[in-house]
Design a binder for this molecule. Structure first.
Ligand code: SF4
Length: 143
């Protein structure tokens, strides 16, 4: 199972802001520090703002900051929000699979997908920036 690039980037943005220590980097700062295109970062930031996980203030002195919800957000919830509810296999695409109506594999994959999310549910953004990740992240993205 591979996560969407936007899911991984959303988690990295949250992690970066979790170690901001009172500073408010801009979307451009975050994109540059993570070496990702600004437009991609901006879309992810907009979605995180929509989810109320960060505040984005415009203008002089503006920038990005985690909300309290963002600081304590479950990693599993963030991954679910960005990945959506779809199955890991496209059983009903343009050429629906003939086993679709009674497939044990599909049910097993759904359970595996749920187990994957469930293993991430207890982790918070704060947890995943504990040592050594937080200081390392700050060292490579400080702008
Ligand atoms: S075999 Fe099962 S899991 Fe695979 S595409 Fe068909 S319905 Fe989906």
């Amino acid at each position: 199972m591979r996560l969407l690039r936007s899911t991984d980037l959303a988690l990295r943005v949250l992690m970066r802001l979790a170690v901001a220590d009172g500073t408010t980097p801009t979307t451009r700062d975050v994109a540059a520090g993570m070496e990702v295109p600004y437009t991609h970062a901006a879309k992810v930031v907009a979605e995180l703002q929509h989810l109320r996980l960060l505040d984005a203030r415009r203008g002089r002195g503006g920038g990005l900051a985690l909300t309290e919800e963002g600081r304590t957000a479950s990693v599993g919830a963030v991954v679910r929000a960005f990945e959506g509810e779809g199955d890991v296999v496209d059983c009903e695409g343009s050429a629906p699979c003939p086993l679709n109506s009674g497939c044990r594999l599909r049910a097993a994959l759904r359970r595996a997908q749920e187990a994957f999310y469930a293993s991430l549910d207890p982790l918070t953004v704060r947890d995943i920036v504990a040592d050594p990740t937080g200081p390392l992240l700050l060292g490579i993205t400080r702008r």
